[in-house]
Design a binder for this molecule. Sequence first.
Ligand SMILES: NC(=O)C[C@H](N)C(=O)O
Length: 529
Amino acid sequence: MLKSNARNAKWLVNARNFTSIKGKSLAEASKALETQTISALELTNACIEQIEATRQLNMFVADTFESARQLAKESDIRRSNGNARGPLDGIPVGVKDIFCMNNEAPTTCGSKILEGFKSPYESTVTQRLLDAGAIPLGKLNMDEFGMGSATKYSKFGSTINPWSKDFDKNALVAGGSSGASAAAIASGCVFAALGSDTGGSVRQPAAYCGVTGIKPNYGRISRHGMIAYASSLDTPAFFTKTAKDASIVLPLLSGPDGKDSTAIQDSISPGWCQLPSSLNLNGLTVGVPKEYFVQELPEEILNVWDQGIKHLKEAGARVVETSLPLTKYALPTYYILACAEASSNLSRYDGVRYGHRATTEGIAVNNDDSNQANALHDLYCRTRSEGFGEEVQRRILSGTFVLSAGAFNDYYERAVIVRERIRKDFANSFESGIDVLLTPTTPTGPFSLHGNADPIDMFMNDIMTIPASLAGLPSISVPTALSADGFPLGLQLIGAPKEEDIILQAAIAMENQINFNQFIPTRVYEGTR
Ligand SMILES: NC(=O)C[C@H](N)C(=O)O
């Protein structure tokens, strides 16, 4: 009795110091739980408070606070019994609304067509989070079905970048499609957040929000329960404050899964992803691909790139120029393949099986067979026109076109061939002795939320991230510097197949020198840190 009172008293004292844990890394939060400096319930409540304080950014589209508090209490009991499950036990996390969860939150993928959809099952990756003792606080906003680079194409409206000078006229995009997951880390609402990366959806928002975003190798994390956009590219991925945190989370989410035939079947060796405590990169060769020096690259991006090269050299790496000649074909190849796969995947949303259904008012139905067929066709058309947003419709139309008989050979088939050649480009580079490639994550810093919404400009944002997606390679965005205007800029490390450990080592070596955590988006921390 006395003992537990003493511990409660200790927690109460520290409860006044919540502010000191907000915005800290997952490793730090985990340590605080381990030493019982804070309880999981207190940590959860502190994160909920921060979510409430930052509603203006429009990050959480569904809260699961009730189940979160229950899970936190269970975590505290486990810990007090000496049965804590490891570094994620008691850690508040967020989940992109693309992952099916069997809790109080609907799963909508940012789309009206899935409005109110309650998943009857749990995705593999969220189940692994739960098994590790993590505490999901809610579902995070996203571009509808993962299609976009700004988290603007959502039925819930846009998410705002926490680094914006103000959250109104001068609001910046958080990037997309997993923009809210990145923003939730940057604003200290959670310590890890799930996203998905098809062509850059985790790395690009990570760069824009000044956090770490890792896209593991295709198949490293099971896709079971992640709503499909372009199945040959879709990769469950996640955000943390630091690369060190990412190295803690990745092994817990990875591994074979009988429910996804594309999940990597190799079991993970015990030493995998465990990083030496004193990191130096002696013996590591970093390639800088010359084709990524696209003409339009602004000075500040070039400077950040130079800074990254310097950091890697200082950590002991050898840096050489390399060539990936087919880089310029990656963007069109991606948008042909992704749209083609999307047009097929999204054909299941017809207003009959689940989700939004258009009203049948005005659709004439009588017993005449042809009339009934017309009525059904009308229902599909109305449902899909009402349920899908503009960008999703655009992609379904172009995807249907590239798969049509007259266009298939010229577009889809060619794109499949070019994709293989792009994969070969990377393989040649790695075979020549390069261990990891270094590029900017994005061609610019975060842009205005209210600016030009030309879809082609939006596609151009993915120019640096898409090649690795086509090749299925692991890659990570490391927050590297602030622009002259005070906005985050990131660099991307791309690794050889299944070599997440190498990109993580290089990323950690960089972050040790950069110390990006010295910078914070002050508006969302006002009075809280
Ligand atoms: N899903 C992604 O990885 C984002 C990419 N900008 C796309 O719209 O396809």
